[in-house]
Design a protein around this ligand. Sequence first.
Ligand SMILES: O=C(O)CCC(=O)C(=O)O
Ligand SMILES: [Fe+2]
Length: 521
Amino acid sequence: MTPQLLAPLSVQRQLLFLGELVPDADRASAYARLCDELWTRLQQQGVAVLELVTDDEFSAFGSALETCAVFFSADESVKQGAQSAVPGEGYAVRPGKELLAVRPGAPAWGSGRSRTQHAALQKASSRADRLCRGLLCALCRSPGLDVHSGRVLGLLDDAPLLGQASASLLRCARYSPDPHAAQLLAFAPHHDRGVLTLVASAQEQGLQVRLPQQGQGAGAAAGAWVDVPLGPGRVAVLCGYSLSYALGGLLQPALHRVRPVAVAGCGGAAGGSAATAGGGRVSLAYELCFRPNPCVDPAAITQGAAEQLPAAAAAAGEGGAASRPALLTSALMERFEATHPVSINGGVRVKQDPGANTPAAAAVAARRQREENGTAARDEAPAVKRGRHDGGPEAADEQAGSPAAAPTALSQPAPAGGGGHGGQAEAAAGENGDDRINIIVKDQSGSEVHFQVKRSTRVGKVFDAYYCAKGMDNHSCRFLYDGSHVRDHITVGQLGMKPGDVLPMVEDGDVIDCIIGQAGN
Ligand SMILES: O=C(O)CCC(=O)C(=O)O
Ligand SMILES: [Fe+2]
């Protein structure tokens, strides 16, 4: 039986944003109740569901959900057009799931339908941003936490005010109803990297959170997956990794997932365009993030916080603020990457275990062995390379509706007919000589993303998939192969080749170095 999660919490926007300014005893006490309840629910259940009484926010979310549903039902060329027209915007299409992302303040793009959609998403993202900041402020002011809100709010950017793209991100996802995917999670269990995430969906069902396993909220149902009741007018609030870190572990990041979306399952409650998008589930997730450069110092942030807090942190099994070093947000995100294997697209980033018995792992191990022996790949006998097929652009590695390059080893087998980027199966195909090779993209911290691609795949597609897996803006990194800058128009097979070279240089398991923050291509 699904445990009863919680009664919706009513919030009036004017309460959130004006409550403390208006000298009205009722409003002040209602605001205090909101603060308290928000804290208690996040701490005990990992999620709070808000009922938006004044519909300003939800009408923005609702129209974004509607326009996205229509957009997602449009044909592939529209999607491809949008993708190429949006430098700096995350965009990905995966089997069974379509994802579109915008940042508040990002300039409009495209024309016609995609422009309409972008405008709706922009409006929803700025509403969500405002709501999220108000909730963060309320959380800090809760009697249970009692942290100076400026210490946390000061780490956010003020980009939405300046009309520049912010660090925060609104994702709109459509999970298509697939009879073959009925047993597959639509979104693998994950933590969000940001501060707070708001999730809205016209469909009541889909989102699930795992109740905390230990600490204050732990009860009989500790560790159980529970449904988060969404639907029109409701928004779920989830604590992300950054906030959890900033508060020294006083709140745990919410582990959440999207359950399987069956054909007849979640489409019914959608109403309007969401239903005409072919059923399935459409959701908006707004992830409020710290700006890229400030220092997040848990000890300073929680200094003087409510007295019972150290005990709460200890009960949650965390070392508390004192054991968490002050980190730049960029370092915090690296820490997140290192400890969280699930990318936002549901792909699993796998650090290959050299002992693992897969061809991909064997290739990586062999390459490392070569490096240790001082035998650089470039020094190998040409005869070895001559046997390889250089792959021409005509052999493009495209499949409609799936990215040309995807991280290997997805969390579940790809749904039938969905492109089949399924880790081991592909690795085996590579071994059989169908011209696929493993390429590793590695950043300065040593974090790796593995790809299995054809030699004919354009490296730009690998980079796009990398940005997508990392949740980063396109064109925000510089890529080096063998120390030289890689242009994104060449193919994987052309990596490292100089004008006049006839033999391919790239080897299975080769590494492309990624310099984060240096725009490159
Ligand atoms: O679609 C949903 O309900 C959740 C999406 C989500 O968890 C995310 O985008 O991080
Ligand atoms: Fe999420």
